[in-house]
Design a protein around this ligand. Structure first.
Ligand code: HEM
Length: 176
């Protein structure tokens, strides 16, 4: 009887990552009143990346020189806030054991690095004559950047809603 039980135990498939003592420790550490600052900040680079693309499209449509200036500032401010959000996200990734241990967090990190490189490039190319670069390369670059923003943002949401990254373990809820 004892032998059968220990055999069954030995044959049970187990995931060494899930069995790690820190696996469920996913609560955010860079937060205001329990809300991750990274999640609050990323709304700005996401919006501004799409705004830069929209401004390029409006310039293509109207020829108004106002729009390349909008695209220049949207790309630049989006990049700077994106880098700041990325720094906070990276602190979270390195400091919180349950975030660090999941491969999905590292996938998000790599996607974000690719996105921030595109955002920086999209800003840099406009530094001289902002209007001259829009057609065709500027608008193509802002389209690719907007697409990459969608992928990275979607994956960030997956971290929170699928893997509960940044959230408090339900066992410790303060809810009445
Ligand atoms: C550079 C490295 C980055 C790292 C290491 C990182 C890490 C994280 C982490 C740990 C979370 C879970 C929430 C939290 O604990 O804060 C998260 C969520 C998220 N991230 Fe990032 N992130 C990075 C950059 C970015 C960038 C550049 C964007 C998009 C512009 C982005 C978009 C998101 C989104 C949309 C969420 C979900 C927020 C929510 O639904 O509450 N991340 N990220």
């Amino acid at each position: 009887m004892r032998t059968t039980r220990s055999l069954r135990h030995r044959n049970r498939l187990s995931d060494p990552i899930q069995e790690h003592v820190d696996f469920d420790e996913t609560e955010t550490k860079v937060a205001v009143a329990g809300h991750p600052v990274h999640a609050m900040m990323v709304a700005f680079p996401i919006t501004l990346a799409f705004a830069a693309f929209a401004a390029d499209a409006f310039y293509w449509w109207t020829g108004d020189l106002f729009w390349p200036r909008v695209a220049y500032w949207a790309a630049g401010v989006g990049f700077v806030i994106g880098v700041l959000a990325g720094i906070l996200g990276t602190i979270e990734l390195l400091v919180v054991p349950g975030i660090r241990i999941r491969s999905a967090s590292w996938t998000h990190f790599i996607l974000a690095m690719m996105l921030l490189s595109l955002m920086g490039l999209n800003w840099m190319v406009r530094a001289g004559d902002a209007a001259a670069v829009v057609l065709p390369w500027g608008i193509m670059l802002s389209a690719v950047t907007a697409g990459m923003t969608g992928i990275t943002g979607w994956h960030g949401g997956k971290l929170v809603f699928d893997y509960h990254i940044g959230t408090r373990n339900s066992g410790h809820s303060d809810a009445p």
